[in-house]
Write a protein that binds this ligand. Structure first.
Ligand code: MG
Ligand code: ZN
Length: 372
């Protein structure tokens, strides 16, 4: 089968889960489907995004996006979602209950966008600063009733077709509590695992590459994670450039959320700035290579984070707000129900303008891939 035929098949098969009515005469036109890079800032609301305007050394990369939308984040079970239901909305196109990974509200497994694309010979990748079995990345390859089933998710990742992944979570793969040895499965599934460092390989065709660089989540940027997120993004792009097929890559800034839960502004903002650097790397790639759709969004806001004024002492007036100096405040140590931003660049980016439910991001990606 030629490459052209492959993509023709991709388009035709995608009709099954796209929007058949709007699939018009363009079905005879075959063009290469765009690559898709989906950035998920876990817990990234508008104030988190805005913080990069004030606390970074340079202009945030996200200012380069031409299209902006708002995503409504509620899950099927709660007004306030968790990260499992939030990511499953993107990966499966349905709102589900809090805690569900790759499953619908009735706990039946649903195929994910990554799995559907892999079945059409796409390449795929997942990068996170949490364990790679954590709710957000897991929702793209895993199917479990409860997000805490990370040992099961490790096995599902090995058996999946994800071609490239990088993050933490060694303890779910090696020296496991259940003492199960996953090495035979790792080998049988053509997976080359590196648990030491994020370095390029002589990429071999047919091999999958995984980088597991911490027992659990990776350390925060403030505690020496370095430039992992950007380097892993660039490494994944280097891997995909070797391939002829288009790719679907998910990059998660996992710990923006953790800074919010901890009510630690410096933690949150350093993670936000780190996330923005990785976004810059993807935009550089998309601008250079073309035909790449880059989307940035969040599963929910976390912390009720605000960029508030500091206070200053003024003679005869006492303490007053200093509106020219920013500090942080938090309204909660949990998630909130606020809408979250969606930013888009590349082919069919305009689809992401407007106000819509989080699960429609799935449909928007599919139809952008189909060129609709
Ligand atoms: Mg997450
Ligand atoms: Zn959270």
């Amino acid at each position: 089968m030629t490459l052209q035929q492959t993509f023709s098949l991709v388009f035709l098969t995608l009709i099954n889960f796209g929007n058949p009515q709007s699939f018009s005469t363009s079905s005879t036109e075959v063009q290469k489907a765009p690559n898709v890079i989906l950035f998920i800032g876990d817990g990234m609301g508008h104030s988190q995004l805005s913080s990069a305007l004030y606390f970074g050394n340079k202009k945030p990369n996200y200012l380069r996006f031409p299209v902006v939308g708002l995503s409504r984040t509620s899950s099927s079970s709660h007004k306030i979602t968790d990260s499992a239901a939030g990511a499953t909305a993107f990966s499966c196109g349905v709102k589900t209950y809090n805690g569900a990974i790759g499953m619908g509200p009735d706990s039946t497994a649903l195929p994910t966008i990554l799995e559907k694309l892999e079945d059409q010979s796409w390449q795929s990748g997942l990068i996170a600063t949490s364990s790679i079995t954590h709710a957000t990345p897991a929702s793209f390859y895993g199917h479990v009733k409860l997000r805490k089933q990370e040992f099961d998710l490790a096995e599902q990742l090995i058996a999946s077709k994800v071609d490239f992944f990088a993050g933490g979570g060694k303890r779910f793969f090696f020296r496991r509590l259940d003492e199960k040895n996953l090495f035979p499965a790792i080998e049988a599934n053509n997976l080359l695992l590196d648990t030491l460092e994020l370095t390029a390989k002589n990429w071999q065709e047919g091999k999958r590459y995984g980088y597991l660089l911490a027992e659990d989540g990776l350390p925060p940027v403030e505690e020496g994670r370095g430039d992992f997120l950007t380097e892993a993004t660039n490494l994944a792009l280097d891997y995909f450039k070797m391939q002829e097929a288009p790719f679907f890559l998910v990059v998660e800034g996992s710990q923006i959320d953790w800074g919010g839960h901890a009510n630690e502004g410096n933690y949150l903002v350093s993670e936000m700035l780190d996330f923005d650097r990785a976004i810059g790397a993807a935009l550089d790639f998309a601008e250079k290579e073309g035909n790449t759709l880059v989307i940035v969004t969040a599963d929910h806001e976390c912390g009720g984070f605000a960029l508030k004024a500091t206070t200053k002492k003024v003679p005869f007036m006492g303490e007053v707000d200093d509106y020219d100096s920013l500090s942080y405040s938090f309204g909660t140590d949990g998630h909130t129900g606020t809408m979250v931003p969606v930013l888009a660049y590349g082919p069919k980016a305009e689809k992401f303008g407007g106000i819509y439910q989080n699960n429609t991001i799935y449909e928007k990606i599919i139809s952008a891939i189909m060129g609709l």
